[in-house]
Structures are given as structure tokens and as C-alpha cells.
Design a protein. Structure first.
Length: 426
């Protein structure tokens, strides 16, 4: 075999996942809650940093809050190969989304270290900060910053449900938002990135294939729609004199579902994930409703056109009902096409390890999507039980994770050799 790497240890992987799962907001009973740019997220980064130091890595945190651990390369002056994912979660998450990729990085470092594996390029193991869009609406903040897609000025407008801006949240954990440009990655220093992640869909499980090699990553357009009607007494106001913002919002939810489900939108996913009705009293007709809309697509034109169509048709619907509609763009990320040559390295490694794989798109956003703007990036998916994610029921077996980690650890070594011979690829 071309890529001799001793195998990943499933029990150790499961134990690390358990350690991270314990770092959850107290009182948040179901699942794991460890939001972006909180003290708990920092604690998880400290656990990662401690383990990586034990494997002989040099560890630092950048101005975006990303933790980077480096294992020295054999040859001086070469750019780094990298792997990793994120340690923050959505509210009431499972224990795998993002964490699996960080644990995969830890296990890869352990395999290299305990087997004395020497690679020419430095290997960097990265825990990205603030990947989830759940708190601030925008996904992948840590990896957007290193890719130059999010700049200091962008950190003031995006706020969480309590009105805390990204910049304030960063400051509260000791980061300096005005200095984030210092975190930028340069292709002189970084050569290629491969992220392992749980699939968050049911394609691998239902087809009985243990590994996915990702070709496309969906983009997302996120909007806040505000419907303004007239709050009034539920007993005193006859049905024909109402301007019920929630009834209009209910129609908008169904409109969005039907647009995404029509024949022009095969593959588009559009969701109202949150809906806040005010004043929120059983005896008052809702006067105002906020709908948070998330549109995902691998087709960037269709993604933006869908957003436009939703607004136009919701306006017509609101006019018919005598309520007003306003819209605000919360975040917008383009889909990514990952480089074929890197995909072929990962697919070739699967073949060498005798691990069946399939090429597949990603419905979710990922740090690799952002990093691919700076350096060539690839992704390895492992099966998700019943395709469930962003839920306490999210599950992937430790054996499947170990198989994915074997592919990751060997793929990075294959890249190490390939880029020595063909540095122009990176
Ligand atoms: C990231 O988890 C996403 O929402 O796609
Ligand atoms: Mn994730
Ligand atoms: Mn997620």
C-alpha cells in the first residue's frame, strides 16, 4: 500500500466526542448547546489545544478565535497542509456536527505522532470559531475571516437575539475585532485543506457507502421578513376587519415551502426556521411577525432568484391581506465547487484503503467552503444516522468515523507527496 498509516482508534474518538459533549450550557437539558463566541466555546478550544500540545504540536489562537496546532514538516519553507472543523454548536445540537472534524484532526495528529510519521509539509490542525449561523445569522465567521470574506466593519451589524454584536461577543472573550485582518491566510503559508464532517443527510446511510467525497457545497441566502399588521382585541374585532400579521406569515411559510418544492427548484431547500409573533398574547391579534428564512442551493443564480421570488410573491400576498412586508438580507454565501484534483486524491486514497466512496454534494455550509476561496479544499463525509443533524438525535457511529479518519490521515499524506512533486497544484 502506498499510504501506510496505522488505523484510527474508534474508542478514543468516542471518548473525545463525549468530553466535548459535556461542555454544554447548564440548564439546557436536551442535546449540546455551545454557541459561537462564548466562554464555553473557548473551553472546548482549550481542550483541543491541550490535546494537540501533548501530540507535540505548537498551538496558537488567531484574532478570529480559531485555534491552530502545527506539527512540524521535514522540509523548511513549505506551505502547510491542513485539516479541521468547528467546535461551536447550534442550540440543542448533537455531538458530531463540526466536532467530528476536530476530533478527526486530533486523531490524525495522534496517529502521526505515535507512529513517528514524517511529512515534508507542516501539518496544521484547526478548530475554527463560530461556524454556526445560529447565533448571529451568518455561518462560518472564523473561516470567513481567515479567507478575507468578513472584515472588521462586518462585525458590528450582525447581532444575536439579545442585540449583542459579533464584535461585542468577540471582545467579551478577549479577541480584538479591529485586528481580525491579522488572521488572514495566505497561499504562501497554506497549501491545501481537507475537512471531515458528518453528512447531515441520509445519502450515505441509505446507499450503504461509508465515505462521501464532496464536489459541491450549497450556498445560503438568509433574510428577515417583517410582516406588520394591526394588533387588536381577539373578541372585539370581527374577522373581516383584521390585519392579522400571523395569518399572513402562515401563508408566507406555505408559499416558501411550495416555491422550493415546485418543478423549477429541484434541489433548492427553503425554510422558515424561526418565527416571532408579537405581542404574543392569546387575546390579541398578532400585529407584527418576524420570519427568518434560509434558502440553500448549489446553483448560485437560482439561490438568489428564489430569494427575490419569495419577496415579490410575499408582497403580493401581504397586499391582498392588508398588511405590510419589509425584508432585510441577513447573510449571503455562494455555493462552492471544490477542486477536482483534490477530490481525486481523496477518492484515490479511498480506493487504496479499500473503502467504498461516492462523490456527492453538501447541503449544509462548511468552513471548507470559505477556505476554498484561499487554498484548494476538499471534504470527506461520514454517514449520519437517519440523516438527522442540528438535533440531539444526530448520531454517527465511532466505527464509521474511524473509517473516515483513516481516509483523512492517509489523504493528507498523499497530498504531502503529491505537492512535493507538483507544488503548482496548490
Ligand atoms: C451549518 O451548520 C449550516 O447551517 O449549514
Ligand atoms: Mn458543521
Ligand atoms: Mn451545523
Amino acid at each position: 500500500m502506498n499510504v501506510p498509516v496505522s488505523r484510527a482508534d474508534a474508542a478514543r474518538v468516542a471518548a473525545w466526542l463525549e468530553d466535548f459533549a459535556r461542555l454544554s450550557e447548564p440548564g439546557s437539558s436536551e442535546g449540546v448547546t455551545r454557541l459561537a463566541y462564548t466562554a464555553l466555546e473557548r473551553k472546548a478550544h482549550d481542550v483541543f489545544a491541550g490535546a494537540m500540545r501533548e501530540f507535540g504540536c505548537t498551538v496558537w489562537t488567531d484574532q478570529a478565535g480559531n485555534t491552530i496546532a502545527e506539527r512540524q514538516g521535514r522540509e523548511a519553507g513549505l506551505p502547510a497542509l491542513a485539516t479541521g472543523s468547528h467546535l461551536d454548536t447550534v442550540p440543542h445540537a448533537g455531538r458530531f456536527d463540526g466536532i467530528a472534524g476536530v476530533v478527526a484532526a486530533m486523531e490524525t495528529a495522534r496517529i502521526y505522532s505515535e507512529n513517528g510519521i514524517r511529512h515534508a509539509h507542516p501539518m496544521r490542525f484547526v478548530a475554527f470559531a463560530a461556524e454556526e449561523g445560529a447565533r448571529f445569522g451568518q455561518a462560518c465567521t472564523g473561516s470567513r475571516i481567515v479567507s478575507g470574506l468578513t472584515r472588521p466593519d462586518d462585525l458590528y451589524g450582525k447581532r444575536d437575539a439579545d442585540g449583542v454584536s459579533l464584535a461585542e461577543a468577540m471582545r467579551s472573550i478577549g479577541l480584538d475585532p479591529s485586528a481580525v485582518a491579522e488572521a488572514r491566510w495566505s497561499p504562501d503559508e497554506w497549501a491545501a485543506f481537507v475537512e471531515l464532517h458528518v453528512e447531515q443527510g441520509a445519502v450515505l446511510e441509505s446507499s450503504g457507502v461509508p465515505v462521501g467525497v464532496v464536489d459541491l457545497i450549497s450556498g445560503s441566502t438568509r433574510m428577515l421578513l417583517k410582516v406588520t399588521g394591526r394588533a387588536s382585541h381577539t373578541g372585539g374585532t370581527p374577522m373581516h376587519l383584521r390585519a392579522d400579521a400571523l395569518a399572513a406569515a402562515a401563508e408566507i411559510v406555505l408559499l416558501i415551502e411550495s416555491i422550493a418544492g415546485d418543478f423549477r427548484h429541484r434541489g433548492t431547500r427553503a425554510t422558515v426556521g424561526r418565527l416571532d409573533a408579537a405581542p404574543g398574547s392569546i387575546t390579541t391579534i398578532p400585529g407584527q411577525v418576524r420570519l427568518y428564512v434560509d434558502i440553500r442551493d448549489v446553483d448560485s443564480d437560482r439561490q438568489r432568484a428564489t430569494a427575490g421570488e419569495i419577496i415579490a410573491r410575499a408582497e403580493t400576498l401581504c397586499a391582498r391581506r392588508g398588511v405590510r412586508l419589509s425584508s432585510r438580507l441577513l447573510a449571503d454565501t455562494s455555493p462552492a465547487v471544490l477542486p477536482a484534483w483534490l477530490r481525486e486524491v481523496v477518492a484515490g486514497t479511498c480506493a487504496e484503503l479499500d473503502v467504498p466512496h461516492r462523490i456527492m454534494p453538501s447541503g449544509a455550509s462548511h468552513d471548507a467552503q470559505m477556505i476554498n476561496n484561499v487554498i484548494p479544499s476538499g471534504m470527506i463525509f461520514v454517514p449520519s444516522r437517519d440523516g438527522i443533524s442540528h438535533s440531539p438525535e444526530e448520531w454517527s457511529s465511532a466505527d464509521d468515523l474511524a473509517t473516515g479518519i483513516d481516509v483523512l490521515a492517509a489523504s493528507l499524506l498523499a497530498l504531502d507527496r503529491l505537492l512535493l512533486d507538483s507544488p503548482e497544484l496548490a
